[in-house]
Write a new protein. Structure first.
Ligand code: NAI
Ligand code: MG
Length: 495
């Protein structure tokens, strides 16, 4: 930072070009194997096809490890092992003993938190600040929370008895790999089920580390099975006759395929799908605080968040001011090395996702939107997208209606509460939303009128294991988190 002193009066000049020194998190303690096998029946075993695929670091395109590609035979082995563990061990065990195992997983996750955070950032591209402060602690918190439920399930529904379903098939995406594994596995185990989980093909490594943790926690073999592969492996799991429930988080398109595939079977399901959240800022809001929340809402995790506040509605009288402040704040965001502790925005998860985002930027411009991108430079290798906002868009613009899943904010203005509620709801999705105002009455009015599963007021992207999360309309079916998240893993019989 440059300082100059004049002789008479002291004038301080700040050089606006200063930069943070690099502060990379160490990866010396990370031990990755050349290749990873399938975690079935408490041990790692080779895929029957002998096939492996690569997982890379999206920040530099370098290979991290080879990962087993599970086919139908492997899926069958995993489901059979889960069934045997359910019949012979897990369902027979006293609930309080099941709880102890779940606590143990949480404790080991905490002990290995740094390792998990670094691997999460390497495999998926997210900033270490997020994997370290959000993903990993929250994942452990879910195991702690649901461990507490294990011996209380019989009191969960007064006047009824609740039983586990059996074997749960679980398929998760690449945006919060370890956290999504925790959201799925913890309630399933607490309710007394056994599990076959498939992580996403671009981010399998923390799930495989979780497999090691589960083995180290001494869980009876087969209670949790973790198999890797792409869409075909997921489809084989969905279609396996031996599963009682499917829990899926991912795209709305695949969610629909799953619904069709299991129609007419007895399989239960929960689907957590896409979103296009509206963040609504009224003229009476604390503007600086709101700007910070909007930034967090859309640029957190490169916008790879189903509940990202990707649509912004600003009350007309403060629109100019808010947009100016947003652009100024965006300029200060640091895009780059996910392992650097100063990084705000890491790498886009895959080339495929980056291509999709770029496609939407083109669509936005072609539709007449005015695009603003920050002037930061991005590394030459890897997949990167500068923080972007669009003004001059309308309700019918594709970038307003469709999920982009990247750091791209579409801004519209409004005059009245009624108008903004109508606009915010006029969308196929309904996962989340945000409202920024000084008036409690407005908060109640807007939050109860928004057709969305979660609405934050004067904050954004806050999660807690005790609160349910899930969507309306094409954003999905069922809830995860809290007691609500336990129920889809139980068969409730009223006495
Ligand atoms: P995807 O829905 O294809 O992948 C999610 C998971 O489903 C992965 O584990 C994948 O292997 C598995 N899968 C794929 N096809 C399957 C099938 N036919 N049956 C069973 N499992 C299957 O999502 P993708 O292609 O990675 O991303 C595409 C778009 O989806 C993104 O651009 C984003 O808009 C949205 N998305 C939404 C997420 C959310 O959290 N709601 C998470 C990831 C993606
Ligand atoms: Mg990867």
């Amino acid at each position: 930072m440059a300082k100059t002193k004049s002789k008479k009066n002291v004038a301080i000049k700040f050089d606006t070009d200063w930069k943070y020194d690099p502060a990379p998190e160490s990866k010396d303690h990370i031990r990755l194997q050349e290749s990873y096998d399938l975690f079935i029946n408490g041990e790692f075993s080779k895929p029957s096809s002998g096939k492996y695929f690569e997982t890379i670091n999206p920040a530099n395109e370098k290979k991290l490890a080879m990962v087993a590609d599970a086919n139908e035979k492997d899926v069958d082995r995993a489901v059979t092992s889960a069934r045997t563990a359910y019949d012979k061990t897990w369902s027979k065990m006293p609930a309080k003993e099941r709880g102890k195992y779940i606590y143990r997983i949480a404790r080991i996750m905490q002990e290995r938190a740094r390792e998990l955070a670094v691997i999460e950032s390497m495999d998926g591209g997210k900033a270490i600040r997020e994997s370290r402060d959000v993903d990993v602690p929250l994942a452990a918190a879910h195991f702690f929370y649901y461990a507490g439920w294990a011996d209380k399930v019989k009191y969960a529904v007064p006047g009824a008895s609740a039983k586990p379903l059996g074997v749960a098939g679980q398929i998760i995406p690449w945006n919060f790999p370890l956290l999504m594994a925790a959201w799925k596995i913890a309630p399933a185990l607490a309710a007394g089920n056994t599990v076959v989980l498939k992580p996403a093909e671009t981010t399998p490594l923390t799930a495989l580390k979780l497999a090691e943790i589960i083995r180290d926690a001494d869980l009876p073999p087969g209670v949790v099975n973790i198999i890797t592969g792409a869409g075909a492996t997921g489809a084989a799991l969905v279609n396996h006759p031996g599963i009682d429930k499917i829990a899926f988080t991912g795209s709305t398109d695949v969610g629909k395929i799953i619904q069709k595939a299991i129609a007419g079977t007895n399989k239960k399901y929960t689907l957590e799908l896409g979103g296009k959240a509206a963040n609504i800022i009224f003229e009476d809001a604390a503007i600086d605080q709101a700007v910070e929340g909007i930034i967090n809402g859309i640029f957190f995790n490169q916008g790879h968040v189903c509940c990202a506040g990707s649509r912004l509605f600003i009350q007309e009288s403060v629109a100019k001011k808010v947009i100016r402040k947003l652009k100024d704040r965006m300029e200060t965001l640091i895009v780059g090395d996910p392992l650097d502790k100063n990084t705000d925005i890491g790498a886009i998860n895959s080339k495929m996702q980056l291509d999709k985002i770029k496609q939407y930027l083109k669509i936005g411009v072609n539709e007449g939107g005015e695009m603003f991108q920050t002037s930061c430079s991005v590394p030459s290798k890897g997949f990167w997208c500068k923080p972007t906002l669009f003004t001059n868009v309308s309700q019918s613009s594709r970038i307003v209606q469709e999920e982009i899943f990247g750091p791209v904010l579409a801004i519209q203005t409004f005059r009245t509460v009624e108008e903004v509620i109508e606009k915010a709801n006029n969308i196929p999705y309904g996962l989340s939303g945000g409202v920024w105002t000084d008036k409690g009455s407005k908060i109640f009015k807007v939050t109860s009128a928004l057709r969305a599963g979660v609405v934050w007021a004067n904050t954004y992207n806050k999660f807690d294991p005790t609160s349910p999360f899930g969507g309306y309309k094409e954003s999905g079916v069922g809830r995860e988190g809290g007691l609500h998240g336990l129920m889809p893993y139980l068969e409730v019989e009223h006495n």
